[in-house]
Structures are given as C-alpha cells and as structure tokens.
Design a binder for this molecule. Structure first.
Ligand code: BGC
Length: 941
C-alpha cells in the first residue's frame, strides 16, 4: 500500500460514529446531499503549534475526497452542486484566518457563513439529506475555553443547524475537531429528531477529508471508538473545578479520571461513554469465559457480525476490583483488540491475556500494610467484556472466580513524587442502590523523601582522564569503550554535549527543531556526529518549508483502537525521517486527556493510560523499524497550556503512578522507547526537568530506562533538592536530576557557554560534580550510537549550501548592494548582492523580536535566488538586537537575489550581510562600521 493510502486508511479508521438513525449513513447513490459548513473545503488537518506545523505537499478536504471516490468509480450520492458553489463563492470573500501564520495566533474556530431560510429551503428542495461540518482547532500555548467558538457552538453555527433541522429530516453532524466538544445540544428538542447522525472525524491529517468521504459514502465502515468520555456538561468532569488556574492545579479527582470517575460515581452525567462507537452493521460481543493462571487473566470472547454489512468491532475488557482500604474505580480497561473485517454472520474468537498488574492499585500511604507497593486487595474481582465501558457484560469464570484471600503486594517500590502541599482527594464512600458510590474525601499522603541523599547515593565515581586516542567511531563499534572515550573529553566538550542547539541549526537537516552531540569542531574531530531532532508528533516539521507527510492527530489514531495500524503509520513517518536524515522525532505525546479543555489534547491519545501507552508503544515500534527514534513527551503531568511553563500539577503519588506515568511506563517497558522529553510544568513543587525522582528514581531506577532525557524547548529548572524559583540557567540542577540535555541554546553557542547557563560556575564551585556531568554525557553519547547519524559516514559539521548564480546583472531599478550589509529598509523588498570574490561565506544578520510570550516561535527564511537556504528563528528578544548566522554558503562571483520570507511572523531583520571571515567569532563588529553610514541614509531620507 502506498504511504498516502496508509494515511487514508488511518484517517478513516479513526472516525467515530455516535448516532445513526433513519438510514442516514452511509449515503446511498440515490441520495442527494447538501453539505453545509466551511470545513467541507477548509478541512482541519491538524492542531496548531509545534505538533501540527508540517508543510504538506497536498491535503485532501471532504469535497476533493468525494472527487477522488468518483474517479475511483465508487457509487456515490449526488452532492448539491448549487450549495457547493454558494460556499466556494463565499469562501473567496472570507478566506481562512490563520492568524497571519504567527505562533498561537490562529483562532480556535473560523467565521461561518450565516445561512438564510431561502437558501436552506432551496437546498432541501433538491437534497434529501444534509451534513453540517463543525470545525475547531486547538494547540500549544492556549487552552480551549468552555465558550462559544471553542468547546461550545457559536451562535451562527447553532442558528444554521437549527435552520437546517427545520428543512431537513435527516441531518448528519460531523465534528472536524481536535478535541471532543459539547454535544448536549444534539438532544434538545429542536435538534433531536432531525440530527439523525453524529460523528467525530477529528483532524485526520493530510488525507483526513478522504477518510471522512470514505466513511460517509460507505467505502469504509466506521469502527472507531471514543478514547474519551463525553459528558453532558464540562462541569461534569471532576477535573474541571481545578482546571485553568494559573499557579497550581490540584488533582483532587485522583485516579478517577474520565470513565474511571463516571463508572464509579456518576453514570448519568455521560452522554457517550468511553469506548463507544457505532458501525453500519451490528455486532454481538460476548465474553465467553475467563481464567487465571501464571499471574495472568485470560478472557475468551466471541464477536459476531449480526448485521448486513461487513465491518470491524473492538473487544474491550475491563476489571472491577473490590473496594478495600484503597478506593477503586468501578471499571479499569485491561485489554482490547480489534477484530478483522467480519462479513455478515461471521464470527471471530478472541483471547485476551493480561497480567494482574494491569488492575493493581498503588498504595501511597501504607494503609493496606504495603506502603509504596502495587497491591491486590482481598476480595472478589470481576471482568467485563463488551464494546464500551457502560454496556460491557460480566464474563463468567471457567473454574472459580478470581478472588484474593489476603491482600498482597505485587511490587514494592519506594516513595517518589508525592506532594508537599496538603490537599484532599476523592474516594468512593458508601454504595448506592444503583451500584454507584457516594464521593468522599481523604487527605493525600505527603512526601517524606530525602532527595539530596538519593542523589548522593546514585552518583557514580568520576571517570578518570585518559590520553587515549580512542574516537567516537571506536565507541560506535564497541560500546564498552565509552568510559575510555569520556576520559578523553575536556570539561568544555562535556558541557557542549549537554547543550542542544536550535532551532533550525545549520549542523543538521534544514528547518528542524534541534541539533545535539558533536556540535563543536573538537567533538567533530573526535568523530561525534551532530544528531537532528524534529517535531513531531504528526509528521516532520521543517520550518524552511520542506514538504512532508502529515498523520492524523493522536486522538484520531487512538480512536482506531488499532495499534498495528498506528505502528504502520509511524513506520511510514520513520522512512521519511530516514530520507531526510532526521534521527529523532519529538513525539509522540502521551499525556492523559485529564480535561477536555486542554489545548494540546489533540497531540495526546486518551483519558485512559492503557490505550495511551499501547498507542505510544506502537508509534515507537513503527519508527524503530526504520531506525528512527521516538521521543515520548511531555514527562509528566503536562495537562494544561495556561501558564504551561510554570503551573504546578499537584497530585498524589498514586494518581501520578497509576494514571499519569503509566503511558510512559508502558512505552518504555513494552515499546522500548529510547528518548524522553520532560515537561515545562512543575510537578509537586519540582520542575519536571529538575525532578530527580521522576527522571532517575522512577524512569531509570524502577523502569530500567537507559536512553536519553531532554528538556522541552527553553524549559526552566529549579533547585533539585529544595524546589523553589525556576529559571532557564540552572543547568546544574537539570543534570543532577539526570535530565541529560538542555533544549535549546542559541545556535553555535553549545561550546561557548550556551546562553549563559551556570555549568562552568557550578563545576568550579563543586555544586555539580564532574561525575554528574559525565553521567549525562554518557547517556547522550550512548544514545547517539543508536541514531542514523552514527550509522552513516560522519557528516560535515556545518551544512554548507552551494549557490551558483546565473544572474549577471540586477534588473533595472533594483536595489543593488555591494560592500555593505542590507538594512531593514532594504529588506522590505527584494535586494541584489554583488559578490566580487568567490568562496565560503556566512550569511550573518541582526534581528529583534518584541516581548510577548517567551515561548512563541518566529521564523524568517532567507531566500537566495528564490531558494530558502537559511533562516533566523527566535522566541522573544525582548526588543533587543540579537545576532546569528542564517546560513553557510559557498558562492561564485556574481549577483545574488536576496529576499526574506516571514514564515512565522514576528522577527524584524535589521541587518543582513555576506561575511567571508569564517574564523572570527560572531560579534556585532561586522555591522558596526556600517551604522554611521546607515544613520546618514536615514537622515537624508
Ligand atoms: C513544545 C514541544 C516541542 C518543542 C519544539 C515546545 O514548545 O512544547 O512539544 O517539541 O517546542 O518545537
């Protein structure tokens, strides 16, 4: 199957059908369908921010998806052509507002055409069915809000849908959204009997509109299932009370996230349960029996297609554990499997085995007698099988039900990541006659850990200096020589290794997020390659405009409940990384959908840790098949965008381990994840990047992780023992906490003190030992041995671009520059540079960007003879002048056309010139002598 077909399949498999009455779907060839909503054309393919910024070669919206089906000869309904024309005319006048391409500036919804009664009436006279596509996006740096245009419908959307329901008997509502939305309105009397079909097509990537067309027309029978619970109101989610605060978020709901909460306390608050999704056929799912042996439960089930179309169903198995000293959720997903395509009347027998640890509880207080242990409490256990968390049925035992006579510990660990702040968490109290529990509260156990002692005890001895001539190539061939190699590294070289550079480093593939490893001449001489990382998670983000494929968003992939498919999709992505010489993907993200309003939910999979962990593992394995490496992120508890850099996620150790760390744990233990990105946020008072218990005690100690840990971009750290104030300079705290590498320092500064971090000073003062620095450098170097870069011949340190100009003279009236840099006023339009002497040049410039969010990313490409060959990128420079090399070029004498392209606006380039002295350090002096001349020019204007 070609790569676009795989993406098409994935987009269709992620579609979740929630309602389908009166034979609304699939559309029949005899139907005439009126399609409403601008997203039929302006189809959302991905969310915003780093997770969705892929330059696609093309993308398919719903209308073009229908055209493809037509070309393929698939029997199709008529689309109401007059209505399509009305929309396409209106869209010309109301183009998509992308926020001018600036960081986090795109609105979460677009203005819709306001429908008039006569238009809808006219459409209904020709069409027997209507579709309305509701679109929403979301992304980094901004959460959703429980307001119109975000989680709720806008007034225009509501009025439009009301009007459509007045004239049509059969209306399908499609949600082309990055997240779940409020659906309570579909049950209001004005809508209920007319809205006969409802489905989520999410953001299906570049082939998303095709996947949607395939499902609506019945080429593909939908088989997606909700990865999140849809409650009637946003307030019904127990996390809503503590969502959106600026300084800290109390995770009072504890382990009762999503369906764990609703199945235990509040079933009636749910409109569509977790795991739910319809098909164009019907299935009978019967859990035949379960048995227990070798610490494993095995459930046997039979799925039969009882309808008239072929299709796939998802078998889901949930555990119900006895309430004991620890509260339990009434349902915990333990295993799932998707059937093959079943023909009508066909059955498939499925056998799902899972370890009892899948439903064990972590005792974070010692109340069961087993402190800091995963325990199985005494009592009877039940297993439920079905196709969602509400309708599943109890599975009978083969011989004797699984019950535990006396509480026991499966695994005893030590206290890690418990909070220091006192708060209460919910817990099931008395049970009601309906089987639901009354919510009670209990105090959360606090941390008793001596982190300083743990750090002391875990630091190995310093590797002695050696004069060996060993190079990194020798280490690649024989990893046991790593210590010998480290012994040859100077302090500066060690510090260079723990500083990543970016974004858009010229030492790796153009346009990507970072480079690390052999970033200096001396490391390069020792044969350490520079390694390139790119966003992630849904495709390769190359901000210089290089094209790449775009996958469906995480939520869509999870909705397929098909891990083999996700593996296949990531294999496609891995192959593209290989072609582009990109070693590491900054994805997938596996944070939990704690609340529907989190802006980055689209990059993550689900409210459930098991499905999140399995999908993350699948992504890691798919990439690994090609040699590419995934980075699982954001470790951990990154569940809100508001004040994302600082907000403190305050949670119990139990919730942290059972819910929020579990996807990471699964991805490391089952998916062999090799790289982890820590989160921006704080966790129980410690910045994730400087949290020793997170990055060492749990990740490496308990889970046996041996890979690389990097920070998120321009993250901040606080004292790894005392917590407290954070800043972006405390690299020593990061290293002591075993976060190996800082992402990212300004380009070309990794061997020159980065942007002024405290490493040198800390080494001098002894607050960071050389052994600790060596330990992280060792993690990094060993990791590099696994990359494409290590397996290929050593790349040159700088990517030099060869440009040969065939322009002999500048056009008439052009701004021809010779012997001086171009200034802002020159750069407002095209300029021509006269290069007299051939050879190597740096394209060097100064620029600034006004204040604003310090994490907002801006990019300006430098086009030479119409080709993007370099760029300036920055966050904010607070209005101050900054200097950088945009590219290394090799030029022949001639005339060169130069132009700026503001791909992510925000940067003002003040000076730009070609500088031939490759050796001298980058300073302001290049421009200084031209300043006077410039002032003169300004005056004479
Ligand atoms: C995001 C990361 C991303 C990085 C590089 C940060 O703003 O939080 O997920 O990988 O930027 O683009």
């Amino acid at each position: 199957m070609d790569k676009f077909e795989i993406l098409r399949k994935a987009a269709a498999q992620g579609v979740v059908l929630l309602r389908n009455e009166k034979n609304t779907l699939p559309f029949e060839p005899s139907d005439n369908v009126a399609v409403f909503g601008r997203c039929q054309v302006d189809y959302y393919k991905s969310g915003t921010g780093s997770g969705g910024s892929v330059h696609v070669p093309f993308s398919v919206n719903f209308v073009s998806g229908m055209e493809t089906l037509k070309k393929e000869g698939f029997p199709l309904p008529q689309l109401n052509e007059e209505l399509l024309k009305v929309y396409s005319d209106w869209l010309k006048e109301h183009p998509f507002d992308a926020g001018k391409g600036a960081w986090a500036a795109e609105p979460w919804s677009q203005v819709e055409m306001e429908l008039g009664d006569s238009l809808v009436k006219e459409a209904a006279s020709k069409s027997n069915k209507a579709v309305f596509i509701v679109g929403r996006t979301a992304g980094e740096d901004q959460d959703n809000s429980a307001e119109a245009g975000s989680f709720l419908l806008t007034q225009i959307e509501r009025k439009n849908i009301e009007l459509i329901c007045t004239h049509f008997e059969k209306v399908a509502i499609v949600f082309n959204t990055s997240n779940i939305m409020d659906l309570s309105w579909i049950d209001e009397s004005v809508f209920k009997s007319h809205i006969t079909a409802v489905l989520f097509s999410w953001h299906g990537g570049m082939m998303g509109g095709q996947g949607l067309a395939d499902v609506l027309c019945g080429k593909v029978n939908p088989s997606g299932k909700l990865p999140d619970s849809i409650a009637y109101k946003i307030e019904d989610y127990p996390s809503s009370k503590n969502f959106g605060h600026k300084d800290f978020l109390l995770y009072e709901e504890d382990i009762y996230v999503g369906y764990r909460y609703f199945t235990t306390f509040a079933k009636s608050k749910v409109q569509f349960p977790f795991g739910f999704g319809l098909s164009y056929t019907t299935f009978e799912v019967s859990g035949e029996s379960y048995s227990f042996s070798d610490s494993k439960i095995t459930v046997r089930a039979k799925v039969t297609n009882t309808g008239s179309k072929s299709g796939r169903e998802v078998l889901q198995v949930y555990a119900e554990c006895p309430q004991g000293k620890l509260g339990k959720a009434s349902r915990v997903l333990c295993a799932f499997a998707k059937t093959k395509e079943l023909a009508p009347k066909e059955s498939q027998e499925l056998e799902l085995s899972f370890p009892v640890s899948r439903f064990a509880s972590y005792d974070d207080s010692g109340v069961t007698g087993f402190a800091y242990s995963y325990v199985l409490e005494e009592g009877d256990y039940n297993f439920w099988a079905g196709s969602d968390c509400f309708s599943c049925k109890k599975v009978p035992a083969v011989s004797g039900a699984f019950s535990v006579e006396k509480t026991y510990a499966l695994e005893t660990l030590s206290q890690c990541c418990a909070p220091n702040r006192e708060f209460m968490r919910i817990k099931p109290g008395k049970v009601n006659s309906d089987g639901l529990f009354i919510e009670e509260k209990e105090t959360v156990p606090l941390s008793k850990v001596d982190i300083a002692k743990r750090i002391r005890e875990s630091t190995p001895a310093e590797i002695p200096a050696t004069k060996s001539s060993v190079t990194f190539s020798d280490v690649i061939a024989d990893k046991s020589r790593i210590d010998e190699f480290i012994g040859t590294l100077s302090d500066v070289e060690l510090m260079t290794l723990v500083r990543g550079e970016g974004m858009m480093s010229r030492k790796v593939t153009a346009g990507i997020a970072s480079a690390f490893g052999g970033l200096s001449d001396s490391l390069h001489d020792k044969k350490v390659p520079a390694v390139g990382c790119s966003d992630g998670p849904s495709g390769i983000r190359m901000d210089n405009g290089t094209k790449a494929i775009l996958l469906p968003i995480g939520t869509s992939l999870a909705s397929s409940w098909d891990s083999a498919l996700v593996e296949e999709v990531y294999e496609v992505l891995g192959n593209e990384m290989k072609e582009n010489k990109i070693d590491v993907l900054l994805g997938p993200g596996c944070n939990i959908h704690r609340n529907p309003l989190n802006g980055r939910n689209f990059e993550y999979y689900s409210e459930d840790p098991l499905i999140s962990g399995i999908m993350t593992s699948a992504a890691c394995k798919g990439l690994a098949k090609t040699g590419a490496i995934a980075t699982i992120k954001h470790f951990a508890l990154n569940n809100q965008e508001k004040n994302r850099r600082n907000v403190d996620s305050v949670a119990s150790e139990r919730a942290i381990r059972e819910i929020y760390l579990k996807p990471f744990e699964i991805a490391i233990k089952e998916g062999n994840a090799r790289s982890v990105m820590t989160a921006y946020n704080t966790v129980n008072g410690f910045k994730a990047a400087s949290y020793f218990d997170l990055n060492n005690s749990i990740l490496r100690g308990e889970w046996g992780f041996t890979g690389l840990v990097m920070t998120d971009w321009w993250a901040t750290m606080n004292d790894c023992v005392k917590g407290g104030e954070a800043d972006g300079y405390k690299f020593s705290e990061m290293l002591k906490a075993r976060n190996d590498i800082y992402m990212v320092c300004v380009n070309d500064t990794a061997d020159k003190g980065g942007f002024g971090d405290n490493l040198e000073e800390s080494l001098k003062k002894g607050s960071l030992s050389k052994a600790q620095l060596q330990l992280c450098a060792k993690d990094i170097l060993l990791f590099i041995t696994e990359t494409f870069a290590a397996k290929a011949p050593l790349r040159p340190l700088r990517n030099e671009v060869f440009v040969e100009s065939d322009i002999n003279s500048a056009p008439e009236g052009a701004n021809l520059i010779s012997g001086r840099p171009a200034f802002a006023e020159d750069l407002a339009s095209v300029v021509y540079f006269k290069i007299e002497k051939g050879g190597e040049y740096r394209i060097y410039g100064s620029f600034r960007k006004d204040g604003g969010d310090t994490l907002s990313q801006s990019i300006t490409n430098v086009l030479v003879n119409d080709k993007a060959i370099g760029s300036f990128e920055c966050r904010s420079t607070d209005g101050k002048k900054s200097f950088a090399v945009a590219a290394f070029v090799n030029l022949k004498p001639g005339i060169y056309k130069v132009q700026l392209e503001h791909t992510k606006p925000g940067i003002e380039v003040m000076e730009l010139g070609f500088w031939q002295d490759m050796e001298s350090p980058i300073t302001t002096h290049f421009f200084e002598k031209f300043e006077k001349e410039r002032e003169e020019r300004e005056k004479n204007k």
